[in-house]
Design a protein around this ligand. Structure first.
Ligand SMILES: [Zn+2]
Length: 254
């Protein structure tokens, strides 16, 4: 499979709301489409299996159908999931994202479970517009750089600049450990009000986590990595009860 060609939507491109019948109608465009796609070579097409965008004349493989016209195969992933925009639903990455999550639901859920690296997005809208469902990266796409252990933060400094003592955090530590899914985090180094170096650990859904590296040595290692990789550094807490965090960066493209 070729590296998919995903083109994020501009923020002004609306995210379509798709009813079941709409998804069904768009899915029907993927079959018996050789004649339709042959009429306009420059027609913009997209694949809702890999999220790639391409022109109709970039399609070179067709699946022979016994009962009708040939079916286009995606020039990037080879799947028969090629669609084009309609009057009601112009082609967009948000459209492809939604069709992927619906028609390849099982694959999408499986990838979500295995994902070690998820590109940044700010909300559901940008999640779809950037094609994040196509960009979830499993262990094949990341480089392991370090592993550290976490402990409940003794003093928890909030971004707003005030702090609370550990006692106030028991609930959130318990809440965090009460879940059993893998937790993906981003890391940021900062200097607290006492001038001490600290690390802020954040999950996109759960917010700032009430943990910090358990030793001075680990703290220094994390800070060095944050300095080296910046936003490219990702943390993964595989098993919440062990409080072990693995650190990854995206693997260089071959
Ligand atoms: Zn594809």
């Amino acid at each position: 499979m070729k590296e998919p060609h995903i083109v994020p939507d501009k923020p002004s491109v609306p995210v379509p709301y798709l009813h079941y019948e709409d998804k069904d109608a768009l899915n029907r465009l993927t079959a018996y489409n050789r004649t339709v796609l042959g009429k306009r070579h420059a027609r913009q097409c997209g694949c809702f299996h890999c999220g790639s965008r391409f022109r109709a004349d970039e399609i070179s493989e067709w699946m022979h159908e016994e009962d009708g016209d040939d079916t286009a195969l995606c020039p990037y992933c080879g799947m028969d999931a090629v669609v084009y925009g309609t009057a009601t639903f112009p082609l967009s990455t948000a459209l492809l994202s939604q069709l992927y999550m619906s028609w390849f639901e099982e694959e999408y859920r499986e990838r979500q479970k295995r994902a070690l690296l998820i590109p940044d997005y700010s909300n559901k809208k940008t999640f779809l517009q950037k094609g994040i469902p196509f960009l979830l990266k499993d262990e094949r796409f990341v480089q392991f750089v370090d592993e550290i252990e976490l402990m409940p933060a003794k003093i928890w400094y909030y971004l707003q600049g005030y702090h609370a003592y550990a006692g106030a955090l028991n609930n959130s530590v318990a809440k965090f450990e009460g879940k059993n899914d893998r937790c993906l985090v981003k890391l940021r180094a900062f200097t607290d009000v006492d001038g001490c170096l600290r690390v802020d650990i954040t999950n996109s859904k759960e917010g700032h986590l009430p943990f910090e590296p358990s030793t001075e040595g680990e703290l220094r290692r994390v800070c060095t990595l944050v300095q080296q990789y910046g936003k490219e550094l990702h943390g993964v807490i595989e098993d919440r009860a062990t409080r072990k965090m693995k650190l990854y960066v995206a693997r260089e493209k071959a």
